[in-house]
Design a binder for this molecule. Sequence first.
Ligand code: AMP
Length: 145
Amino acid sequence: MRISDILRVKGSKVVTVTPDSDVARLLAVLAEHKIGAVIVSADGSRVDGIVSERDVVRALAARGAAVLSEPVSRIHTVSVRSVSPEAPIEDVARLMTDHRFRHVPVLENGGLAGLVSIGDVVKNRIDELESERTSLEGYITGERY
Ligand code: AMP
């Protein structure tokens, strides 16, 4: 299974904020879309960074509520790891585990083609295991093979 199989189900929509948005606006976007991270992009396509709820928590712990009026560019991660739609899902799960992040943007021809979270990867794995189990049950009982 490849990342494109996940995107086929969840779509290619990626929520972005501009680098000069303030952190209060970022929190509103995260809450509105019920997500944990957004891509930081000046033009909505090129990836300038990624910012997650963890970055906000760290900055709040370090500098307090004044962070809310700081630009997102002060707290985002600039060195973003991305994958292509052809990447095997297992490789992306390992990338997330090794680097301890839960979000990976998908790039195609230099532009954003989606964003995969660790929740998407786990859901895909559970669906796959359930489908394998159904096939095996059918094979054993002779109902399906
Ligand atoms: P997360 O687990 O995704 O909430 O992110 C944990 C930390 O890793 C935060 O500092 C994020 O800005 C950063 N981060 C998240 N996704 C990526 C990524 N794909 N590449 C690089 N850093 C990331």
